[in-house]
Design a protein around this ligand. Structure first.
Ligand SMILES: Cc1cc2nc3c(=O)[nH]c(=O)nc-3n(C[C@H](O)[C@H](O)[C@H](O)COP(=O)(O)OP(=O)(O)OC[C@H]3O[C@@H](n4cnc5c(N)ncnc54)[C@H](O)[C@@H]3O)c2cc1C
Ligand code: SF4
Ligand code: SF4
Ligand code: SF4
Length: 396
């Protein structure tokens, strides 16, 4: 780690320090838990202090997004909805921002299928791999430099990531760019890539085949199964599972980065992003008329004048239902504040360091395979009006 920030709970791994170093002295290295931290690995430091200057955890994360306009949002494009975690807000925001050669920067699976990296693609036509949440810590690689160079050439850029990554980008850029749009997420925290890889190995053993691909939150007939994941095996077959070991550890917060606990400075209403996106929780409580809908919605909160300027194009590509920020916070408190932390996180990683496979077996239950029941199949095909009537009769 670096002298000015040598506590793991205080480093988010945003890589702003490594990106800004003019001498290329800083490398992001994985620790025993699988998370990336900066370290000076090359000679030549000229003590310019730029690495410290850009670090959002040292200088406090100034957050410009304070004037909120909130919506439940659903894309009008069914293909986009299908390949998105919630209502397709991210894709529609990128489409609304796109003008000329636009760089889109977001998280994608690496070819090994088990690590996540931020990548830059040119134009919304190439953005499919960036869609859908990957609940594993993403490696920022060299995207900040690529973004700055594109901005300097006058091109447009949209960046989407966790609020701490957005804070890192802000620190690195050093000023606001009219041609840069920043989108942050309501954030549960990011999980260890090492634990994820081990879970995939154990899951493969359980099914007697090697797992070669994994997708979080794929959509089947009924959207209520929010955490349905798809496993792809080396023989080309797929299985859908509801609670695989990694999902259990992630949701219980046992495998999160140390900075995702009490030290996180970014779960607050002053947002890092020009726009914040999230799941829309409590949808039918806030909008009872949506009872029975087959689609899940995103939360979209426009936080800055730049974000609000996209309201026009977004209202053409999405169903935008205005709501209050209080409604968002009521059902999704992480938008505005810390909630709870796993007290067992350190105990989990202590066990994991000793015996990874045994620890996964001891701390989780085996996968639950998902199969559409006959009721689901029939219910999923009913028109919304009928679903609503049936749900009403069932008192739901
Ligand atoms: C680690 C993580 C934790 C989250 N926690 C919550 C939560 O607690 N509550 C909540 O309401 N919503 C949470 N979200 C947001 C939610 O999962 C959806 O991303 C959101 O609803 C937007 O979905 P969408 O349909 O608009 O877009 P999608 O197309 O699903 O958008 C995906 C976008 O998320 C970004 N992304 C995906 N994986 C990562 C990653 N590992 N690191 C950084 N960025 C990534 C991509 O860059 C992409 O731009 C979380 C997302 C992530 C990645
Ligand atoms: S002080 Fe300057 S040269 Fe030294 S590591 Fe930091 S950014 Fe690089
Ligand atoms: S800039 Fe980011 S990666 Fe570097 S020390 Fe600060 S928080 Fe850690
Ligand atoms: S919980 Fe906080 S520190 Fe962790 S990824 Fe999210 S914003 Fe970053």
């Amino acid at each position: 780690m670096l002298e000015f920030n040598n506590s793991k709970t205080n480093c988010t791994g945003c890589a702003a320090c490594a990106s800004v170093c003019p001498k290329g002295c800083i490398e992001m290295l994985r620790d025993g838990e699988g998370f990336l931290y900066p370290a000076i690995t090359q000679d030549g430091c000229i003590a310019c202090g730029r690495c410290e200057k850009v670090c959002p955890m040292v200088h406090g994360a100034e957050a410009p997004g304070q004037d909120h306009q909130a919506f439940a949002a659903l894309t009008r494009d069914t293909d986009v909805w299908r390949r998105s975690a919630s209502g397709g807000a991210f894709t529609e925001i990128c489409r609304a921002w796109e003008e000329g050669d636009t760089l889109i920067v977001g998280a994608a699976w690496e070819e090994d299928a088990f690590s996540v990296h931020h990548v830059c693609v040119h134009g919304t036509g190439a953005m499919a791999p960036l869609c859908r949440s990957k609940y594993v810590a993403s490696d920022m690689d060299d995207v900040m430099r690529t973004m700055k160079s594109h901005l300097g050439d006058g091109g447009r850029v949209v960046f989407c990531g966790t609020p701490c990554q957005v804070a890192g980008v802000r620190g690195y850029m050093g000023r606001d760019y009219d041609n840069l749009l920043l989108v942050d997420l309501v954030c549960h925290g990011v999980g260890s890539p090492l634990v994820f890889g081990q879970c995939m190995e154990e899951t493969g053993k359980y099914f007697g085949r090697r797992v070669v691909g994994y997708d979080f939150r794929v959509k089947r007939r009924v959207y209520e199964t929010l955490y349905l994941s798809r496993l792809t095996f080396d023989d080309g077959t797929c299985k859908y599972v509801t609670r695989d070991p990694y999902t259990q550890l992630f949701l219980a917060q046992h495998c999160l980065r140390p900075s995702c606990g009490k030290a996180c400075k970014f779960r607050r209403a002053e947002r890092q992003g020009d726009i914040t996106i999230a799941d829309f929780k409590g949808l039918t409580d806030v909008f009872p008329r949506l009872k029975g809908t087959k689609r899940n919605y995103s939360t979209v909160v426009l936080n800055t004048p730049k974000g609000r300027a996209l309201h026009g194009p977004l209202s053409r590509s999405m169903h935008l239902l205005p709501c209050s920020v209080e409604d968002v916070v009521r059902f999704n408190p992480l938008f505005a504040r810390q909630t709870w932390f796993s007290e067992k996180r350190d105990a989990f990683f202590a066990d994991f360091a000793q015996a990874p496979a045994k620890t996964i077996a001891a701390w989780t239950t085996p996968c639950t395979e998902y199969a559409d029941t006959l009721t689901h199949r029939v219910f999923g095909r009913l028109p919304v009006v009928l679903r609503r009537i049936l749900l009403g009769c069932l008192g739901q």
